[in-house]
Design a protein around this ligand. Structure first.
Ligand code: AHR
Length: 486
C-alpha cells in the first residue's frame, strides 16, 4: 500500500485534550486502583506510586472526575475536611458499596498535580442545588477573602486551584435525573449563570449532551442553550453487539472481533450526525463537542462485582482505540476533548491492579505510542486501503493519521486484518534524518496482560527503512504502529 505524505499542507490542530482520561468513584478505579490508605503499597499522599508513574508516561492532558453517574449523587462538602469526620454514603449507582469520601476535592487536585493533568470536574445537577454547585466553584477557585476560600485554606490549600473545565451534570437524560431535553436545557441555563469566573481564565462550561445518536437531545440543547456553553458532551460506548449483548472482554470469536471493529467505526457517523446539527446552529464552530465518555464496554469478568465494571483488555481493545482516536483526529474541527472510560480498573482501562500488582493494558500502550499527536498539526495524507466487509459494514483494513509538532512528524497506523500483513511505502515531500518505529502486535486477538503474565502484549521496535524520499515498513496483521520522522 502506498501512502503519500504532504507535510507542506497543515490541516488544523489535534487538540491534546482528545487524549484525556476519566476516573469515577466506581468499583476499584479510585479506591485501590489509584488511592490507597492501608497496607504496604508504596504511595505519595495516598496515590499509588506504580500507577502514577505508569500514567505519567501518557502525558495525560485532562482528567474528568468524580463521575459519571456518581457525579449527580455526589455532594462535595462530604469530601473535604478531616477524613475521620467525613460522612460516608452508599454508592447507589455502582454496587451499593460504602463510599467513605476519603478521596475528595483536595485529593483529586493532588492526583492531577502528580499526573501533570488538568482537572475537569463534573458537577451535580441531578440531586444537587444551584447553591451547592456555585459554592464548590468558589471554594476551589476564589483567591480572595471569603468564607468558602478561607475554609479551603483551613483545609490545607492556601492558593486557589486552576480549574478550567466544568461539566454541568452527567447523562441528565438518564442517571443524572431522567430529564427531558427541554427541562435539562433550562436547568443548564440556570446552573451555568452561577458558575462564576474567579480565576484569570473563564470556566469552560460543558453541557451534558446526547447519548449515542440522540439527535433530538443535541438539537434541543443547541436551540435552548446556544452559546451559553463552551461545549456539549457526547457519550458513545462500543459493545461487541449492542447494550444487551456486550460480549466478553477476553473470550471472543473472530466474528466478535470484527463486530467490535465495525462498531468502533460507528463513532464516525455518530459524531458526523451531531456535527451536522451543531453546524446548523453554530456555523462558526464556537461550541465544541467533547466526547467525555467512550471506550469498549464488555461484560464484567466472572466472579467480580457486576457493579464494578471490571473487564480485561486485549489486542482487540488496542485496535479499536486506534481506530477511534483517528476518528477524533478526523473531526478535530469540533471534537476538542475526549475522555476514555476509564483510567484504572474500569471498562477500557489503561492499567489494571490487584492488591499490590499492576499491569499495563494494550490500550495503555497505544495511548503512550500515539502521544506525539497531542497538539500536532494534521498533515495531508492520501492512501487507498482495502476494506473488510463484515455483516454489512465496511471496515478499512488499514487506518492512518499523520501530524507534525516542533518539526517532528508522528504517523500512526493500524492494520485490523486478522489474516494479512501490509507492506507500506510512504512517499515524503521533504528530507528527514531519522525514522523510528514502534509496533504493538501479538499472535492472538485475545492476548492480554495478566497479573501472572504481565508482559504478553508489549510494543517492540519496528523495522523502518528511510531512503530520503520514502519510508518502507511492513505492518503485521492485527497491529498498531507509530513512526516518528525527525
Ligand atoms: O463509565 C461508566 C458509566 O457509563 C458512567 O458513570 C455513566 O456516565 C455512563 O453511563
Amino acid at each position: 500500500m502506498k501512502i503519500t505524505l504532504n507535510t507542506a499542507e497543515k490541516q488544523g490542530k489535534i487538540s491534546k485534550y482528545i487524549y484525556g482520561q476519566f476516573a469515577e468513584h466506581l468499583g476499584r478505579c479510585i479506591y485501590g486502583g489509584i488511592y490507597v490508605e492501608d497496607g504496604d503499597i508504596p504511595n505519595v499522599n495516598g496515590m499509588r506510586c506504580d500507577v502514577i508513574n505508569a500514567l505519567k508516561e501518557l502525558h495525560i492532558p485532562v482528567l474528568r472526575w468524580p463521575g459519571g453517574c456518581f457525579a449527580d449523587d455526589y455532594h462535595w462538602r462530604d469530601g473535604i475536611g478531616e477524613k475521620e469526620s467525613r460522612p460516608y454514603m452508599v454508592n447507589t449507582n455502582w454496587g451499593g458499596v460504602v463510599e467513605n469520601n476519603h478521596f475528595g476535592t483536595h485529593e483529586f487536585f493532588e492526583l492531577c498535580e502528580q499526573l501533570g493533568a488538568e482537572p475537569y470536574i463534573c458537577g451535580n445537577v441531578g440531586s444537587g442545588t444551584v447553591r451547592e454547585m456555585r459554592d464548590w466553584v468558589e471554594y476551589m477557585t476564589f483567591g480572595g477573602d471569603s468564607p468558602l476560600a478561607n475554609e479551603r485554606r483551613k483545609n490545607g490549600r492556601e492558593e486557589p486551584w486552576k480549574l478550567k473545565f466544568f461539566g454541568v451534570g452527567n447523562e441528565n437524560w438518564g442517571c443524572g435525573g431522567n430529564m427531558r431535553a427541554e427541562y435539562y436545557a433550562d436547568e443548564y441555563r440556570r446552573y451555568a449563570v452561577f458558575i462564576r469566573d474567579y480565576g484569570d481564565e473563564p470556566i469552560y462550561k460543558i453541557a451534558g449532551g446526547p447519548n449515542e445518536d440522540d439527535a433530538y437531545w443535541t438539537e434541543t440543547l443547541m436551540k435552548i442553550i446556544g452559546d451559553k456553553a463552551a461545549a456539549i458532551s457526547l457519550h458513545n460506548y462500543t459493545y461487541e453487539t449492542d447494550w444487551k449483548n456486550k460480549g466478553r472482554a477476553a473470550d471472543f470469536t473472530e466474528k466478535g472481533y470484527y463486530d467490535t471493529m465495525a462498531n468502533s467505526m460507528r463513532m464516525d457517523s455518530v459524531i458526523a450526525l451531531h456535527k451536522e446539527i451543531m453546524d446548523r446552529y453554530d456555523p462558526e464552530g464556537k461550541i465544541d463537542l467533547v466526547v467525555d465518555e467512550w471506550g469498549n464496554w464488555f461484560d464484567v469478568e466472572a466472579g467480580t462485582n457486576p457493579g464494578f465494571l471490571y473487564q480485561q483488555n486485549t489486542m482487540r481493545d488496542a485496535m479499536s482505540a486506534v481506530l477511534i482516536l483517528h476518528i477524533f483526529h478526523k473531526h478535530r474541527d469540533r471534537v476538542k476533548m475526549a475522555n476514555i472510560a476509564q483510567m484504572v480498573n474500569v471498562l477500557q482501562a489503561m492499567v489494571l491492579t490487584e492488591g499490590e500488582k499492576m499491569v499495563l493494558t494494550p490500550t495503555y500502550h497505544v495511548f503512550r505510542m500515539m502521544k506525539g499527536h497531542m497538539d500536532g498539526e494534521v498533515l495531508d495524507i492520501s492512501y487507498d486501503t482495502e476494506t473488510i466487509e463484515h455483516g454489512g459494514a465496511k471496515i478499512p483494513k488499514v487506518s492512518v493519521s499523520a501530524s507534525e509538532k516542533d518539526g517532528e512528524v508522528t504517523l500512526s497506523l493500524c492494520n485490523v486484518s486478522l489474516e494479512d500483513g501490509e507492506d507500506i511505502e510512504i512517499s515524503l515531500d521533504r528530507r528527514f534524518k531519522e525514522a523510528v518505529g514502534e509496533v504493538l502486535t501479538s499472535p492472538s486477538m485475545t492476548d492480554c496482560n495478566t497479573f501472572d503474565a504481565p508482559s504478553t502484549v508489549e510494543p517492540k521496535a519496528l523495522d523502518v527503512s528511510l531512503d530520503g524520499e520514502s519510508v518502507k515498513l511492513t505492518l503485521p496483521k492485527m497491529s498498531a504502529a507509530v513512526i516518528t520522522l525527525k
